[in-house]
Design a protein around this ligand. Structure first.
Ligand code: UDP
Ligand code: MG
Length: 427
């Protein structure tokens, strides 16, 4: 017997949650369904959870085997949904993400509605959105109400709240040559792009009842995307959904082992979590180590009895203690290095106190005039939006300056949060 409803579950690295999504299918009062689990090459922890459920003959498991280097090239969930749509057998289609659960009567109520309303091709229901913290404790909740028929469902309806007839797919395919548009421009609104296609011939009918609950975690793409500028700031320690940690240097990401992390006295609280499509778009280069030193740290060699600030691959001699203090360099973070290694580095401009005529500010330092924040790279000052400064943990140890001081320096482009994923670059 063909299944009545095909549900497509997209999964990527949510080991703590994906099991709940699958169990919400097993708890459905309507049991005539198939579940296509489209896993986007998740970590073994996630796959282990999924494998517990695949004995059920209604559940199918597919792994995209996508390589990380290719992850940013399309809107991944749209790509794997398209793969699934070529295989579905149900009369009705629904979508589920790995951080969403369906309420038990969802499939029954929605399929019944289709039988009672032959004129309806697409249905959507109300959705409960729960924002949770890292420990899954709820921070806030709200309901997206399904109140009226929609001619423009884009940006209003989440894809986990929709069910549509499978008949309408042929038409989309004949016009577009695929179903969902997986152009990476649509990464954070892939469903909206599909709704636009569906809305050309159809309206979305409402069921004003909460039939799914979606969780926004600190690691949801939307959350991670917040306050990121168009350029990842040099010298940032970054992490995606895997355990690997990288250092951003010269347009690339350099892996940091635990040993090197400790050696350079990096702090876990400084790690910036990035969405994987953004992280993997940054090319990977040789790991950070003693051959390839990080910038923007203060180093010291016993035998040289001096302190240096590393910048642009050079060492800048910090002329005295008061400079250290004025620029708020933390003595506890000074890294001890071998004298020979330090001598092998070229000398950069001296780092003096700020009142010296030719003072060149240290790179990546945050400067503050009463209402604005500035950051300096290669002697060029750029205003930085406070949200970005916060996201990159730059506010700590910021240094106060006057507007007269600021006037002495060339100005770069303002660093502001970005709206669109595609114009993402690194500096
Ligand atoms: N996803 C995917 N591949 C990826 C990243 C995400 O298939 O590389 C899927 C993920 O499993 C989820 C959907 O895309 O089903 C939306 O991702 P997420 O929940 O992180 O985003 P948000 O809730 O912030 O929109
Ligand atoms: Mg999500």
């Amino acid at each position: 017997m063909e299944p009545l409803i095909s549900v497509i579950l997209t999964s990527y690295n949510k080991p703590l949650f994906v099991g709940k999504a699958i169990e919400s299918m097993l708890a459905q009062t309507e049991t005539n369904w198939e579940l296509l689990i489209m896993d986007d090459n998740s970590n073994s922890e996630t796959v282990k959870v999924i494998k517990k459920y695949i004995e059920d003959p209604r559940i199918y498991y597919f792994n995209s085997n996508i390589e990380h280097k290719d992850r940013y090239k399309t809107t991944r969930y749209a790509t794997i949904i398209n793969d699934a749509l070529k295989m579905v057998k149900g009369k009705f289609i629904s979508y589920l993400t790995d951080d969403t659960t369906f309420l038990p009567e969802r499939l029954e109520l929605m399929s019944q509605y289709f039988y009672q309303h032959p004129e309806c091709n697409i249905l959507y229901s109300s959705q409960l959105v729960k924002q949770v913290n890292i420990e899954f404790r709820e921070i806030r909740r709200f309901i997206r109400q399904a109140k009226q028929p929609l001619k423009h469902a884009a940006f209003t309806v989440d894809h986990c709240s929709v069910m549509h007839r499978s008949d309408i797919l042929h038409e989309i395919y004949s016009v577009y040559g695929n179903y969902w548009d997986d152009n990476p421009d649509h990464w954070n609104h892939g469903d909206a792009a599909f709704w636009k296609r569906l809305n050309e011939k159809n309206i979305f009918f409402p069921i004003n009842k909460v039939l799914d609950i979606t969780y926004k975690t600190p690691h949801s793409f939307q959350t991670l995307f917040n306050s990121l500028p168009s350029n990842i700031i040099e010298g940032t320690i970054v992490k995606g959904s895997s355990e690997d940690i990288y250092y951003i240097q010269n347009y690339s990401r350099k892996k940091i082992t635990e040993e090197i992390f400790a050696l350079f006295k990096f702090s876990r609280s400084h790690i910036v979590h990035l969405p994987d499509p953004i992280l993997y778009k940054i090319p990977e280069s040789e790991p950070l180590g003693l051959e390839i030193l990080p910038n923007f740290i203060v180093v010291h060699a016993h035998d040289m009895n001096s302190y240096f600030y590393l910048e642009s691959g050079q060492k800048r001699l910090i002329v005295d203690w008061s400079t250290m203090k004025q620029l708020k360099f933390n003595f506890e973070n000074v890294v001890k290095l071998d004298g020979k290694l330090l001598s092998s580095l070229d000398d950069g401009p001296l780092l003096t106190t700020m009142n010296q005529k030719n003072f060149i500010p240290p790179g990546r330092k945050l400067f503050r005039i009463p209402s604005k924040l500035w950051i300096c790279f290669d002697g060029i000052m750029s205003e930085i939006d406070p949200r970005v400064a916060k996201r990159f943990h730059l506010e700590k140890d910021s240094v106060s300056i006057s507007s007269a001081f600021l006037q002495k320096y060339k100005k770069g482009d303002r660093i502001t949060p970005l709206g669109s994923y595609t114009s993402f670059n690194i500096i």
